[in-house]
Design a protein around this ligand. Structure first.
Ligand SMILES: Cc1cc2nc3c(=O)[nH]c(=O)nc-3n(C[C@H](O)[C@H](O)[C@H](O)COP(=O)(O)OP(=O)(O)OC[C@H]3O[C@@H](n4cnc5c(N)ncnc54)[C@H](O)[C@@H]3O)c2cc1C
Length: 459
């Protein structure tokens, strides 16, 4: 029986990733009665909070305020933030295992699923991830360019991320000016020539994954008219049953019907067309994207909630110069960590990482890299709690790490010239961002390059 977690030998936990799932894993450990624990949280960026900073749309500021809870966790005794440290590159999992009794992998799902159709990589075809990262000032996407001189754009997908992308494209500069959208994005969007936005869904209106608030918002845009044709929202008999049985479907359908019942006016300069039951089968163009071929689908399978979209062979071609693919995020493998290529996740049983079907002692996972890219911020709370419960169950049998003093880790990081960004450092960066924003009437003006953030600390 180990003495881990006592005053004499506190449990040493490393959490990889400072998004919601990382913080929701730290919280129950801190709250666990009688447990002495030190938590070191690593993030590859100098700024914490994962997709709350780099994903959530800038015009939804209330959602970002959840970081106040994370601030409390990060400033509690026994917690240290190790920002600007990429696990698997700056420091290996093997090194972490020498210094920590348990590791919780909460590093999110940072890439996109592919459509797998011809023309997908033509210039003008982008992932939603890159556009979202660009308008949120994520350093990985800072230097991307999107050809907003195109008049017709398609967003593929019917989830909330697709809605975010479409809404940001549809809003006027005045609707975005007082948000914390990155300035380079605001400048580019202010010059946008986009007039027509198509939202393309593989399945039907009743199967849309967006939430009601997101679709409702489309009806209140200053200069963009949503277009929902009656024929687009006619439901199959099984979909009618889905609407009867599911409150969310019912609420979404109510909004879609209200939009479909509106008389279109020419007062607004942009239009957003909802097209359901269509799959992109080819992106066409010479030097760059010129059009998209869609195949019409029908729902098969009969039973409510089990219907599948199947191609009918009937196609149509939409002239579009920009496409944003928003068909789901996908996790990346980390060196030294088991990974399931099929699902893009770390294989696990309730958060215990599995290798060849057996738990790897002391290795756990939480959040999107554990369960896949689903759910809202709050979904990560019970998910991370489940993982921590497994860790606490295993605690009596955990082998204490051989080197609680992380000398080798510091040497590894120093050898690579890594500037570790502690939470106090982040708070300085944060304060400068907020002050820069005040000058232009924004909640904050983000640093979009890692070097700029580190420069604040040198100054
Ligand atoms: C575009 C978008 C908009 C969203 N909007 C909303 C919304 O409005 N409301 C809502 O409730 N939910 C929203 N969500 C969902 C929500 O953001 C997720 O549920 C949540 O962020 C998942 O948390 P996570 O901790 O698993 O991953 P993430 O938030 O992605 O955090 C993972 C962290 O790990 C770090 N990391 C990655 N690799 C490494 C490495 N090798 N070493 C160290 N650190 C690493 C990353 O830098 C990141 O900080 C949105 C999601 C997206 C994609």
């Amino acid at each position: 029986m180990s003495t881990l977690g006592t005053e004499a030998r506190p449990l040493r936990v490393a959490i990889v990733g400072s998004g919601p799932s990382g913080f929701y894993a730290a919280q129950p450990l801190q709250k666990q009665d009688g447990l002495h624990v030190t938590i070191d949280m690593f993030d590859r960026l100098p700024a914490p909070f994962g997709l709350v900073r780099g994903g959530v749309a800038p015009d939804h500021p209330k959602i970002r305020s959840v970081t106040k809870v994370y601030d409390k966790i990060a400033t509690a005794p026994g917690f240290t933030f190790w920002g600007n440290v990429k696990v698997g590159e700056d420091v290996s999992i093997e090194t972490l295992r020498r210094h920590y009794d348990a590791i919780i992998l909460a590093y999110g799902a940072e890439t996109d699923r592919k459509l797998g159709i011809p023309g997908e990589d033509l210039p003008g075809s982008h992932t939603a991830t890159s556009f979202v990262g660009w308008y949120n000032g994520h350093p990985d996407y800072r230097d991307l360019e999107f050809d907003l001189s195109q008049e017709a754009v398609a967003v593929i997908g019917l989830g909330n991320v697709a809605m975010d992308v479409a809404r940001i494209l549809a809003k006027t500069p005045d609707e975005l000016r007082d948000t914390d959208i990155a300035q380079h994005a605001l400048d580019a969007l202010a010059e946008s020539k986009v007039k027509t936005i198509y939202i393309i869904g593989r399945r039907g209106a009743a199967q849309s994954a967006f939430t009601t608030a997101e679709i409702k918002e489309m009806g209140h845009l200053t200069d963009c008219e949503p277009v929902v044709l009656q024929e687009e929202i006619e439901l199959s008999p099984a979909s009618v049953l889905e609407e009867e049985q599911d409150n969310n479907v019912r609420k979404n359908m109510e909004v879609l019907r209200e939009l479909a019942g509106r008389t279109l006016s020419d007062a607004k300069s942009r239009r957003m067309h909802f097209k359901f039951l269509r799959s992109p089968v080819e992106l066409k163009g010479g030097e760059r994207l010129e059009s998209m071929v869609l195949e019409k689908n029908k729902l098969e399978g009969g039973e409510p909630f089990k219907q599948k979209a199947r191609g009918t062979g009937e196609t149509e071609e939409l002239p579009v110069g920009l496409v944003f693919r928003s068909i789901g995020y996908r996790g990346l493998a980390m060196p030294g960590v088991p990974f399931d290529e099929g699902s893009g996740r770390v294989p696990n049983d309730k958060g215990r990482v599995l290798e060849n079907g057996a738990p790897v002692p002391g290795l756990y996972t939480a959040g999107w890299i554990k369960r896949g890219p689903s759910g809202i911020i709050g979904t990560n709370k019970p998910d991370s709690l489940e993982t921590v419960q497994m860790l606490l169950e295993d605690l009596p049998n955990l082998t204490p790490c051989p080197e609680p003093e992380p000398v080798a880790m510091l040497a590894e990081l120093a050898g690579k010239g890594v500037r570790i960004v502690k939470f106090e450092d982040w708070q300085k960066i944060d304060a400068v961002e907020i002050a820069k924003g005040e000058a232009s009437g924004k909640p904050r003006e983000r640093f979009t390059r890692i070097a700029e953030m580190l420069q604040v600390l040198e100054d």
